[in-house]
Design a protein around this ligand. Structure first.
Ligand code: ADP
Ligand code: MG
Length: 341
């Protein structure tokens, strides 16, 4: 049994600007598992953005294209449980053999390997075996490989061997497409201004988008009312206030790197390249501005610097934005991006 959920397929995984790369890489892998350079395919992104859905979709399509191949979906938690159990029962080798036989292995939420040394070791051996034989590995994580804490370097470097593709928070058009798809599937009619309002209000992730849609439908059904803009606004006012997004340092770094088109591992590195230094300083400044983290905590999360460096970065950004108009533009635009999204 491949443990795949047929409800999560490509047909109902709506394509948009924010998932295009990950989606098409997934399609390619399903077509030629082990036969592309996307091995492993590493899909990352925040909660509710579709990692699990996409992982199942790839598995299902791969199975359909290659009925002779064995596919297995496993959550990292389950993998860890099975391993602990195997060790306890003296079945470690059986466990390893079982995984080494799989043609297409999908492991969901590998960030949960963090801090689990023995499980990382066994996964390392399984990974090498599968990869050497040209079997396909698909991994998901809530962050890119470099940002996973307490993970052996040799594993992180293998995670980067193939293709890393991120799922970003859906943009307006993608949100609207998803809403349209869902109501059509359920045979529900909704005025356009209502759909527009939901798509404009719920920006965080697809799970919340679905949740808010369901609340509106429930409200209308319970009160035997039409779905109007007024009902929608009332229902969502609770929703929005309760689910206000917390701004994380991780998110700030990603936004800054995205903006300047700098890979996030550069910011984390020791490099003193001018544009990277500037991005790093901006990330520190926004972390100070938008989070409650201490200077030393900010420093340790952004490039492993000390609190004095963070303090210096904050001052530099302030000074520069007073004297340099272009720089001030960056700060203002980034500030808006970070707080509004
Ligand atoms: P994650 O694993 O990243 O936390 P999930 O895969 O569980 O997210 O997705 C959360 C919900 O959003 C699921 O119900 C999933 O079907 C839905 N979803 C996510 N992305 C899309 C998409 N592009 N099209 C349609 N539904 C989606
Ligand atoms: Mg998931």
């Amino acid at each position: 049994d491949s443990q795949l959920n047929t409800g999560y397929n490509f047909h109902n995984f709506i394509e948009g600007e924010t998932n295009r790369l990950a989606r098409s890489a997934g399609k390619a892998v399903a077509k030629r598992p082990g036969g592309t350079s996307f091995n492993p395919l590493f899909i990352y992104g925040g909660v509710g953005l579709g990692k699990t859905h996409l992982a199942h979709a790839i598995g299902l399509e791969a199975k359909e294209n290659h009925p002779d191949k064995t596919v297995l979906y496993v959550s990292t938690e389950k993998f860890t449980q099975q391993f602990i159990e195997a060790v306890r029962n003296n079945n470690r080798n059986d466990f390893i053999h079982f995984y080494q036989m799989i043609d297409i292995l999908i492991m969901d939420d590998v960030q949960f390997l963090s801090g689990k040394k023995a499980t990382q070791d066994v996964f390392f051996h399984i990974f090498n075996h599968l990869h050497q034989r040209g079997n396909q590995i698909i991994l998901t994580s809530d962050k890119p490989p470099v940002d996973i804490q307490d993970m052996e370097q040799r594993l992180i470097s293998r995670f980067k061997w193939g293709l890393s593709a991120d799922l970003q928070a859906p943009d307006y058009d993608t949100r609207l497409s998803i809403l349209n798809y869902k109501i059509e599937k359920d045979g529900i009619e909704m005025p356009e201004d209502v759909l527009d309002y939901i798509a404009k209000s719920i920006k965080t992730n697809v799970r919340e988008l679905e949740g808010s849609l369901n609340s509106i439908i429930a409200q209308a059904t319970l009160n035997k009312k039409e779905i109007t803009l007024e009902l929608t606004q009332k229902t969502l006012s609770n929703f929005i206030n309760n689910t206000r997004k917390e701004i994380s340092i991780d998110y700030i770094q990603r936004t800054v790197c995205d903006y300047f088109k700098i890979p996030i591992d550069e910011i984390q590195s020791k490099t003193r390249k001018r544009d990277v230094v500037q991005a790093r300083q901006l990330a520190m400044y926004f972390a100070k501005k938008f989070t409650k983290a201490s200077l030393s905590s900010i420093g340790s999360q952004i490039g492993n610097r000390d609190h004095a460096t963070v303090l210096h970065a904050c001052k530099t950004v302030k000074n520069l934005s007073e004297t340099d108009k272009v720089f001030r533009g960056y700060v203002e635009e980034l500030s808006r991006k970070i707080s509004v999204e």
